[in-house]
Design a protein around this ligand. Structure first.
Ligand SMILES: Cc1cc2nc3c(=O)[nH]c(=O)nc-3n(C[C@H](O)[C@H](O)[C@H](O)COP(=O)(O)OP(=O)(O)OC[C@H]3O[C@@H](n4cnc5c(N)ncnc54)[C@H](O)[C@@H]3O)c2cc1C
Length: 425
């Protein structure tokens, strides 16, 4: 278990249970805590471990063994699977996760099966290539989505296992463990959001009852709290996108359509981007027309240039941008609409587009609880023109879409948003 950290609606886990029952063998789940993940802070590890505590309890109730080890998965999985009849893993689409699965597949002696359970439609079924935009991938996803929007078949295990976390890693002093896991220091070790499948399920129910009816009209407004807040739970695989999409699909409203466009089309476009584009985490990954126009305007005069430190500490002349940066640092989650404005402004206020890209990526991955996610790489690439079309040419941005503060003021009550971020504890 790596990318889909949950005991519920997990196709990889259920595949393992069905196979074990057929072989009359027990199931043992292994979770590796990988120390010093790039940019990850104590906040990310704390959220993840809250989810893992719950996985441990749920698996024990089902008679499924569960062990936790600290270290890179490659050696640990290979050694443990020497005694296994079958190795089952979930799927990941970022470079590191794909690479170690690949290496394990050539070093283990038992059969190995990878089951995708963090998307609605398996990536290769939707498309065999990098898609240009939401418009090109949308029909390909919806052609198959209804086939895949079903919960995995659930069986009880016939041979139970009592193997448990014998290293006691999860029982260790949490603060001490978090310090050894993350190189970077964080001011606080818990965010506004508590990790775990049950919290994600509660957020989903509240969203459907209270926010879905107005999601289509209010989701972009940063002054409103009208979004699901599910991104970090989806990032760690603590809730299945199939569960979320199936719950919302039952409500045939404008809100449901708008939500499924984000959760299924935009999210799976992001997965497609990182899977098929090996440069997904640099400016080189962005469409060639966008890179060319940014290059043409690389020497344009920038009215403001801010250092990384000034950006990190929200010390720019722009109170809306500062509020967004504070929201991210203080809560672990910036509003989605402000993420677009935030990324565009970093492009405007940096010496070069490549510099802007790497600084934005670092801030995003360090401070967003849902950071290091395909959505983050695709979201940033969008700020630099990817998955978008050329617009009217202008300084610095060239033909890449521009955003300004007046646009925010026209649409939203920005003073309310700024005030809320100023008063956040
Ligand atoms: C510069 C930039 C950086 C971003 N960084 C991240 C990131 O690090 N991690 C991350 O998960 N998302 C990122 N996003 C995408 C999006 O902003 C967040 O997924 C969303 O704000 C999460 O809040 P929510 O779950 O309350 O969203 P909701 O509006 O409730 O949406 C539900 C789900 O749909 C998906 N979704 C929503 N908007 C998008 C989108 N634009 N693209 C792809 N999927 C989407 C997410 O999985 C989200 O949880 C980024 C976007 C931009 C422009």
């Amino acid at each position: 278990m790596h990318a889909s950290q949950r005991a519920e609606d997990n196709h990889a886990l259920e595949y393992a249970v069905i196979s074990a029952n057929a072989l009359r063998l027990p199931v043992l789940v292994l979770f590796c805590i990988i120390p010093s993940l790039p940019f990850a802070t104590g906040l990310h590890y704390a959220f993840m471990l809250e989810g893992i505590d719950e996985v441990k309890r749920s698996l024990a109730n089902r008679g499924i063994g569960f062990i936790v080890r600290k270290g890179e998965p490659e050696g640990i999985v290979t050694a443990l699977s020497e005694d296994a009849a079958l190795l089952v893993t979930d799927a990941d689409y970022v470079r590191s996760g794909k690479a170690w699965r690949e290496r394990i597949s050539s070093s283990v002696t038992c059969p190995m099966v990878m089951v995708e359970t963090n998307v609605v439609v398996p990536l290769g079924v939707t498309s065999q290539k990098e898609e240009y935009s939401a418009a090109t991938i949308r029909p390909k996803i919806w052609k198959h989505a209804l086939t895949y929007l079903v919960a995995p078949h659930h069986e009880e295990v016939t041979i139970t296992s009592s193997e448990r976390d014998e290293t006691g890693l999860l029982q260790k002093d949490r603060r001490l463990l978090l310090r050894t896991l993350a190189k970077t220091r964080t001011r606080q070790l818990s965010s506004t959001f508590k990790g775990g499948t049950s919290v994600a399920q509660r957020l989903l129910s509240e969203f459907v009852e209270q926010k879905l009816p107005t999601y289509a009209s209010l989701r972009n407004d940063p002054a409103e709290d009208s979004v699901s807040h599910l991104s970090s739970y989806l990032h760690f695989g603590q809730i299945s996108p199939v569960t979320v999409a199936s719950t919302v699909l039952g409500h045939q409203t404008e809100g449901a359509d708008a939500f499924l466009e984000e959760l299924v089309v935009r999210r799976e476009l992001a997965m497609n981007y990182v899977h098929y584009n090996s440069n997904y985490d640099t400016l080189m990954g962005v469409s060639s027309w966008a890179r060319a126009t940014l290059e043409d305007h690389a020497d344009d005069r920038r009215e403001h240039i801010y250092s990384y430190d000034e950006l990190e500490n929200a010390r720019t002349h722009d109170s809306y941008w500062n509020a967004a940066q504070k929201e991210m640092v203080n809560t672990g989650k910036m509003h989605g609409y402000m993420r677009m404005y935030w990324g565009k402004k970093i492009l405007e206020w940096s010496e070069t587009p490549a510099d802007a890209y790497s600084r934005a990526l670092e801030l995003n991955n360090r401070y967003e609880l849902d950071g290091r996610d395909p959505n983050g790489y695709a979201g940033l690439a969008w700020c630099f023109g990817n998955h978008d079309r050329p617009w009217k040419e202008r300084p610095v941005f060239g033909k890449v879409r521009y955003m300004n503060d007046r646009g925010l003021e026209r649409k939203f009550d920005m003073s309310r948003y700024v005030e809320r971020m100023e008063t956040h504890p």
